[in-house]
Design a protein around this ligand. Structure first.
Ligand code: AP5
Ligand code: MG
Ligand code: ZN
Length: 210
């Protein structure tokens, strides 16, 4: 069966990092709305122009825009899918259920102060989206992506002030989703603290138990 999995959890909990490993090792196709929106901003498309102000303010981009994006992507993919950063509101979760059947929602939990530290020292690849951390997961060559050799940069929403806003938005809009999936019996929570491989192993265990 082609599983469809949602990765839940606050900004900085490791959704992108773990999605990267899961797609490399387990044949999942990843859809990251954050990555897709950043790409739209970079290319200055109409979607990017509309999304930018919300992203820089640490707010959610309006549901209609993001749902349109997901609809298009889901239609293109065959095989197991991993959703990173979608859904993020109850409206998005309900609309997703109309589009496809979700098998598991994995909620990655990390303490709030640790999240801030993870995010302000994050570096991301401009080209392939790979994620690094100056202290916990540095690239082999300073400023360069291990995977594709391109330049690393700091996301414009990775300042402490914006991270605090993103955490507020998360608590307000996204946290209720845990309960939504719990009621459906498909929520699994994973401890997101400890090193990246430990968290990865916990996620794989949850997948194998399904
Ligand atoms: P998005 O890009 O999804 O950002 P986010 O949810 O805030 O999550 P992050 O990407 O910041 O964190 P992550 O969980 O992926 O952590 P990572 O693996 O990088 O969204 C950005 C914006 O786009 C939103 O604010 C919103 O405006 C908009 N948007 C996106 N989706 C939307 C939607 N569905 N609806 C509406 N708007 C939407 O890890 C973080 C750092 O920690 C890295 O440096 C990493 O190396 C390090 N790290 C990871 N794991 C560990 C570990 N175990 N130990 C130590 N360090 C670790
Ligand atoms: Mg991410
Ligand atoms: Zn790269």
């Amino acid at each position: 069966m082609d599983m469809k999995i949602v990765l839940l959890g606050p900004p900085g909990c490791g959704k992108g990092t773990q999605a990267e490993r899961l797609t490399a090792n387990l044949k999942f196709t990843k859809i990251s709305t954050g990555d897709l929106l950043r790409e739209a901003v970079r290319l200055n498309t109409p979607l990017g122009q509309q999304a930018k102000q919300f992203m820089d303010a640490g707010k959610l981009v309006p549901d209609e825009l993001v749902i349109g994006l997901i609809k298009e992507k889901l239609a293109d993919i065959k095989g197991p899918v991993l959703l990173d950063g979608f859904p993020r509101s109850l409206e998005q979760a309900r609309r997703l259920d109309e589009l496809t059947k979700i098998d598991l929602a994995i909620d990655i939990g990390v303490n709030e102060e640790k999240l801030v530290k993870r995010i302000v020292l994050r570096r991301s690849c401009k080209n392939c989206g790979a994620v690094y951390h100056l202290e916990f997961s540095p690239p082999k060559v300073e400023g360069k992506c291990d995977k594709c050799g391109n330049e690393l940069y700091q996301r414009s929403d990775d300042t402490e002030a914006t991270v605090r806003e993103r955490l507020k938005t998360y608590n307000d809009k996204t946290l209720p989703l845990a309960n939504y999936y719990k009621q459906k019996g498909i929520l699994r929570t994973v401890d997101g603290e400890g090193d990246i491989s430990e968290v990865y192993d916990r996620i794989v265990k949850v997948l194998k138990a399904k």
